[in-house]
Design a protein around this ligand. Structure first.
Ligand code: GAR
Length: 221
């Protein structure tokens, strides 16, 4: 039985599109039961409809600071669609601790940095200002703290002196589109387990490749 997943978006929805594409494969262990946007003007909604995915808008704005009120409406929608797992994909609304605890171990988020470095806003700018030579993306379980929680999967890219926040974000986005479907596959097929703050993957193997940045040009030395 495929696990029933809700993807929550607020914006352009490129990670959502990557998840929908993966879920269209016959052997993918999850199906996208519903795409929920908290904004009626999210560009991702049209992408979801074009991909044939069911969509619904649960506007958060009318609830203002009443997070619990919004979550009651959201939870009702998740119940209606029999949702078992949630993927946050550029969902820009914070949850109450109660909602997060209710979905603990069943709700994933993706963030464009190698967490725990650079959580929050402008992670690409933060990475450039810190001068890191390698950055990337992280899929993690959601906990009450923003952009934190047991890490399920990460992917890395090198950072060059010529990068701007835009060029770095473009490269990291490619990694995001690769790791989010892979991470969901692992979760939906029961191949991960939580041990306290750490997520372990059954039969996990480190990839054999190094990523070194910058690379020294031996010939030019
Ligand atoms: C993605 O880069 C995602 O990692 C980021 O928002 C973008 C959404 O793009 N999420 C966060 O920064 C979470 N703190 P998308 O709508 O095209 O998937």
């Amino acid at each position: 039985m495929k696990r029933r997943v809700a993807i929550l978006i607020s914006g352009r929805g490129s990670n959502m599109a990557a998840l929908l594409k993966a879920a269209a494969e016959a052997d993918f262990p999850a199906e996208i039961a519903i795409v929920v946007s908290n904004r009626a003007d999210a560009a991702g909604l049209a992408k979801a409809r074009a991909a044939g995915a069911p969509t619904v808008v649960v506007e958060s704005k009318p609830f203002g600071k009443d997070r619990a009120g919004f979550e009651t409406a959201l939870q009702a929608m998740l119940d209606t669609h029999g949702v078992e797992l949630i993927c946050l994909a550029g969902f820009m609304r914070l949850f109450t601790t109660e909602f997060v605890q209710r979905w603990y171990g069943k709700m994933l988020n993706i963030h464009p940095s190698l967490l725990p470095s650079f959580p929050g806003l402008d992670p690409h700018g933060q990475a450039l200002r810190a001068g890191v030579k390698i950055s990337g993306a992280t899929v993690h379980f959601v906990i009450p703290e923003t952009d934190a929680g047991p890490i399920l999967m990460q992917g890395a890219v090198s950072v060059s002196d010529h990068d701007s926040a835009d060029t770095l974000s473009e490269r990291i986005l490619e990694v995001e589109h690769r790791i989010y479907p892979d991470a969901l596959r692992l979760l939906a097929s029961g191949q991960v387990r939580l041990e306290g703050d750490v997520c372990k993957t059954i039969a996990s193997a480190a990839s054999g490749n190094f990523l070194i940045s910058p690379v020294i040009d031996q010939a030019g030395g």
